[in-house]
Design a protein around this ligand. Structure first.
Ligand code: AP5
Length: 192
């Protein structure tokens, strides 16, 4: 099974991808997590991505296309994978299409989580509060200024992907405002 999760920052892409990973035994490929790991390890990619991510902007298509292509080639992706946060621009979606064709692979579904903007801001605030309460490190882009920019980037560059995948007939939309378990149940119905 090969899936894409689309949705604005805080829509629940990561939450749902993690739950489905356990259910289907396939890995979650989060470009955000991969980039944060690169930043933490101060790799060349991490050094180039850090300031861009901190500002809430998108990292270049070139960088993310390459890290996803390399990741898909790893053995744990043989049965499938869940793309969380990729593609995020129409050029990334086109690159992914070519990448999958080149590897002889097909997508099974593109699932978009719809959540109101006010709820997204509240979720980001909750995540910050929960992280602090647990003694963890708050994400450097989970602050009002960077989050506003992340939403703008989403509206301008990522939202057009809905039309792109509606055009390919692969887009399915789920109400991401519902409780986590309800959202998972809706996704499982689509995948059944
Ligand atoms: P990334 O890490 O992908 O962040 P994001 O898309 O902004 O999304 P989040 O992780 O904030 O949200 P999510 O939808 O996964 O929601 P979550 O499940 O965590 O990207 C970060 C940065 O990396 C980008 O800004 C960019 O710079 C760079 N980047 C990454 N990919 C890139 C790409 N392809 N191209 C270019 N640059 C890229 O949930 C959020 C919170 O809500 C949690 O606290 C959760 O517990 C809660 N929650 C989840 N579901 C529900 C629910 N149903 N009800 C109530 N609360 C819920």
């Amino acid at each position: 099974m090969r899936l894409i999760f689309l949705g604005p920052p805080g829509a629940g892409k990561g939450t749902q991808a993690k739950l489905l990973t356990e259910r289907y035994g396939i890995p979650q490929l989060s470009t955000g997590d991969m980039l944060r790991a690169a930043v933490a390890q101060a790799t060349e990619v991490g050094k180039r991505a850090k300031a861009v991510m901190d500002a809430g902007q998108l990292v270049s298509d070139e960088i993310v296309n390459e890290i996803v292509s390399d990741r898909i080639d790893q053995a744990d992706c043989a049965k499938g994978f869940i793309l969380d946060g990729y593609p995020r621009t129409v050029p990334q979606a086109i690159a992914l299409g070519k990448m999958l064709d080149g590897k002889g692979l097909k997508l099974d579904a593109v699932i978009e989580l719809k959540v109101d903007e006010a709820a997204l801001v509240k979720r980001m605030e909750n995540r910050v509060a929960e992280t602090i309460a647990a003694g963890g490190t708050v994400r450097s882009d989970d602050n009002p200024e960077a989050f506003k920019r992340r939403l703008t980037e989403y509206r301008e560059k990522t939202a057009p992907l809905s039309e792109h995948y509606a055009g390919t007939g692969q887009l399915r939309t789920v109400d991401g405002m519902a409780e986590v378990n309800t959202v998972t149940a809706e996704i499982e119905k689509i995948l059944a």
